[in-house]
Design a protein around this ligand. Structure first.
Ligand code: C2E
Ligand code: MG
Ligand code: MG
Ligand code: MG
Length: 289
């Protein structure tokens, strides 16, 4: 077991330190290679309007196809990349690729209203972060209204003054901001009001047990109501069945994501989805974008 903490890279270990340290080093070098060798790829999961059933956005989720070990899930390598101080390279690649892909789809005449990328705490806390985003948008000639950034509740709490400033810059640029995994941290919604955010994404742990755990149902209802009072959009994550969707409809939750509608899909498959969803087709003239 091995953990690298923060910027000063303090190692904690319980068994074979060398083995763990080597593991981390090899992961670090293979992650570097992964970026160079195009082993990273993006899958996209639709965000769906609860009332109409139409797609109102997509979320880019990184996938790593390791040369020897096969697919490695972001749940595994993102935390390690954060600990090894490598997350910035991944998040940069993801944002660039998501913007490039969205622009390409727009040129072909269709795209989702918006593409969301997940950004780690250390990334958004950089002083020049909003400039970095601006450059990526400019390089891809993508209007800022197509980009959404998801940051977890816990990550914005870590360094709230910095984050609020950066988020204000991003918001005034026209980027949409969402709080991911909402409900898992300890922030009150009234505290969160200081953050210039557009949407809350309710963590899937609450959504999953909405029909079995009465207290989770109450939490979800309360989040929906408070978000409404604060004029925030709400997205329920991890919807896997019709029962849960019915609950969300009854309680007027705006949007949802989950395997019930679609798992995250590779670009060619999500493209199919988007091209069928004529409602969200964009103007054929790429010069307009
Ligand atoms: P997240 O942003 O909260 O993404 C939701 C996760 O739930 C995704 O897992 C998605 O595949 C999964 N999911 C969606 N619907 C369902 C469902 O109905 N049931 C279940 N059981 N799961 C569902 P994934 O793709 O493995 O990503 C895990 C986490 O890794 C993400 O959580 C996000 O925090 C992080 N991540 C993914 N891509 C990136 C990235 O490019 N940068 C950073 N910094 N983090 C990323
Ligand atoms: Mg997310
Ligand atoms: Mg989430
Ligand atoms: Mg998550």
């Amino acid at each position: 077991y091995c953990k690298v903490r923060g910027r000063d890279h303090v190692l904690l270990y319980s068994d074979d330190m060398n083995q763990s340290y080597n593991h981390l080093l090899s992961l670090e070098s293979s992650l570097r290679k992964a970026i160079l060798n195009n082993e990273l790829t993006l899958h996209y999961q639709p965000k769906v309007d609860v009332r109409t059933g139409g797609i109102n956005g997509i979320e880019a989720l990184v996938r790593w196809n390791h040369a020897e070990n096969g697919w490695i899930s972001p749940g595994e390598f993102i935390p390690l990349a954060e600990e090894a101080g490598m997350i910035s390279q991944i998040d940069e690649w993801v944002m660039g690729e998501a913007c490039r892909q969205t622009k390409e789809w727009l040129k072909q005449g269709f795209a989702a209203e918006r593409v969301a990328v997940n950004v780690s705490a250390t990334e958004i806390q950089q002083e020049n972060y909003s400039n970095k985003v601006k450059k990526v948008l400019e390089q891809n000639k993508l209007p800022s209204s197509y980009l959404e950034i998801e940051v977890t509740e816990n990550s914005v709490m870590q360094n709230s003054t910095e984050c609020i400033r950066t988020m204000q810059e991003l918001k005034s640029m026209g980027v949409t901001l969402s709080i991911d995994d909402f409900g898992t941290g300890y922030s009150s919604l009234s505290y969160l009001r200081q953050f210039p955010i557009h949407n809350l994404k309710i963590d899937q742990t609450f959504i999953k047990s909405v029909k079995t755990g009465p207290s989770d149902a109450e939490i979800v209802k309360a989040i929906i109501q408070m978000a409404d009072a604060f004029k925030l959009g709400v997205v329920a994550e991890g919807v896997e069945c019709e029962n849960v969707l019915a609950f969300l409809r009854e309680n007027q939750c705006e949007s949802y994501q989950g395997y019930y509608f679609s798992k995250p899909l590779p670009p060619n498959e999500i493209k199919e989805f988007l091209s069928k969803s004529t409602k969200y087709r964009h103007n054929k003239n790429p010069n307009l974008h």
